[in-house]
Design a protein around this ligand. Structure first.
Ligand code: AMP
Length: 199
């Protein structure tokens, strides 16, 4: 059966890591849409959407629902029917969840990667990412790249995410607690299968 999995979690919970582990050997069965990565690419390319998104993202705030809902609808429509889908970072508000249910987007599972606020703040201070593939590494011993400052997979220079600054992480955690928890509740009420994961 075709699965449409919504992957959610606080910043630095490990969504990307879980995704990469889960997809190993299943690349031909799943299409993955990372809303954060897609938006970062738009910002980088300085498109009109990117210019708008940048203002919200750099402040740690969520992008307006109508923009995100249109992206989600477009991605689901264009995915081949025989492929399952992972929506990394959607729905993040009750309005997005409502739209997903109303528009019959077909979300079958919600996976919530759990972490405490304190741990998210600690991890964000230590995180560097690959701007190419999105892989995360740590500055401490926990998950250092083989060659300092360079992505093991792409050979590209690792960077700090501009929204990993302490004051912005607090804003992102507030967004999760205030908006995404109600979104998860709405999805659970709609009857999807719900899983919690701790990494
Ligand atoms: P992420 O990489 O998943 O942490 O997302 C980075 C940023 O992209 C978020 O802090 C938001 O500004 C924006 N974003 C990603 N997904 C959504 C969404 N479903 N709704 C609103 N904003 C989003």
């Amino acid at each position: 059966m075709r699965k449409i999995i919504s992957l959610l979690g606080k910043p630095c919970a490990g969504k990307g890591t879980l995704l990469r582990r889960f997809l190993e050997g299943k690349e031909d069965q799943y299409i993955c849409v990372s809303f954060g990565d897609a938006l970062r690419k738009e910002v980088e390319k300085e498109t009109i959407l990117g210019q708008q998104a940048k203002i919200y993202m750099e402040a740690g705030k969520l992008i307006p629902d109508y923009i995100i809902i249109n992206i989600a609808l477009g991605q689901i429509r264009k995915a081949p029917e025989n492929m399952s889908l992972i929506l990394d970072g959607f729905p993040r508000t009750a309005e997005q969840a409502e739209a997903a249910v109303e528009a019959k987007m077909g979300i079958t599972h919600v996976v919530n990667v759990k972490i405490s606020d304190e741990e998210a703040i600690a991890r964000s201070a230590n995180r560097v990412v690959c701007p190419e593939c999105g892989e995360s590494y740590t500055l401490n011993e926990y998950k250092k790249p083989k060659k300092e400052g360079i992505c093991d997979r792409c050979g590209v220079k690792l960077v700090r995410r501009s929204d990993d600054k302490p004051e912005i992480i607090k804003e992102r955690l507030e967004s999760f607690n205030n908006y995404t928890i109600p979104a998860i509740k709405r999805m659970k009420d709609s009857g999807v299968e719900y899983l919690e994961v701790v990494l």
